[in-house]
Design a protein around this ligand. Structure first.
Ligand SMILES: NC(=O)c1ccc[n+]([C@@H]2O[C@H](COP(=O)([O-])OP(=O)(O)OC[C@H]3O[C@@H](n4cnc5c(N)ncnc54)[C@H](OP(=O)(O)O)[C@@H]3O)[C@@H](O)[C@H]2O)c1
Length: 225
């Protein structure tokens, strides 16, 4: 048996002042107030437009990076995704029971994952199967447990750490992220969710910087071994 798949962050959009989401997330503002500007470059690409059911879009470098986020760096496809509860949705506290319809993610009935997704939360909930092969599993016993479950589900395939800031910060702190691909977006958000508040120097190093074709800059970091 080969090495299990790496854990990678792909296409994480970050403002010049270090925010990956604006403040006060709610159902109308999935990326927080003002945060959608972070994803303008995504929806200019063919892959980004396909995610929202729209035709067209650019097919240059930005698009290639987005596709790599789906195929993994080895091209074999992502086997499982881990995310925090706020990336999954705007619902806080205990999950509302019936008659309220359960929150099923931002992505509609067929989310663009097509593999198991492990959602970190303190609020237990039964798994939520969706169309197209995605099942949301809710993990209440921490980041290492979520990683073990994701690895077991993914087999040899790579794992994706989706976000948001709180979740990625914990995995970075624990040294569990193998690759971190940031997309620097030339906007100032002023407030929101910050990613890089810990000292990662000596633990992660920039391996490549690539100007994108939508005004953004792709910065790839690897864990120092
Ligand atoms: N810029 C980008 O490319 C990008 C990518 C992904 C996401 N985002 C954005 O980032 C924002 C979300 O980031 P965020 O930092 O607010 O939150 P997050 O990391 O998505 O979720 C945080 C929540 O997850 C649960 N959680 C996290 N770690 C846990 C642990 N160890 N054990 C149990 N539960 C745990 C907790 O929820 P409970 O205690 O409430 O259960 C916590 O409040 C959203 O606006 C999203 O759209 C941006």
């Amino acid at each position: 048996m080969g090495e299990p798949g790496i854990l990678g962050v792909h296409n994480l959009s970050m403002s010049l002042d270090g925010y990956v989401a604006g403040p006060r997330q709610d159902a109308e503002n999935p990326l927080g107030v003002g945060g959608m500007r972070l994803h303008d470059w995504v929806f200019a690409t063919r892959t980004g437009r396909r995610m929202i059911g729209e035709p067209g879009g650019s097919t240059g470098l930005d698009d290639a990076f987005l596709r790599r986020g789906e195929t993994g760096t080895d091209g074999r496809g992502i086997g499982a995704t881990i995310m925090g509860r706020n990336m999954f949705g705007p619902v806080r506290g205990p999950w509302p029971g019936p008659p309220a319809a359960p929150w099923r993610g931002w992505w509609g009935e067929e989310p663009p994952y097509h593999h198991p997704v492990f959602v970190l939360t303190h609020e237990p909930r039964e798994p939520q199967p969706m169309a197209g092969g995605t099942t949301f599993h809710f993990v209440t016993d921490g980041i290492e447990s979520a990683l073990a479950l994701a690895r077991a589900a993914a087999g040899e395939r790579e794992l994706r750490l989706g976000g948001g800031a709180t979740t990625i910060r914990q995995y970075l702190r624990a040294g569990l992220v193998d690759q971190l691909h940031l997309v620097l977006v030339p906007v100032l958000l002023g407030s929101g969710e910050r990613l890089l508040d810990d000292d990662l120097s000596g633990r992660y190093a920039v391996s490549r910087t690539t100007p994108g074709d939508g005004g953004v800059t792709h910065v790839e970091l690897d864990r120092v071994r």
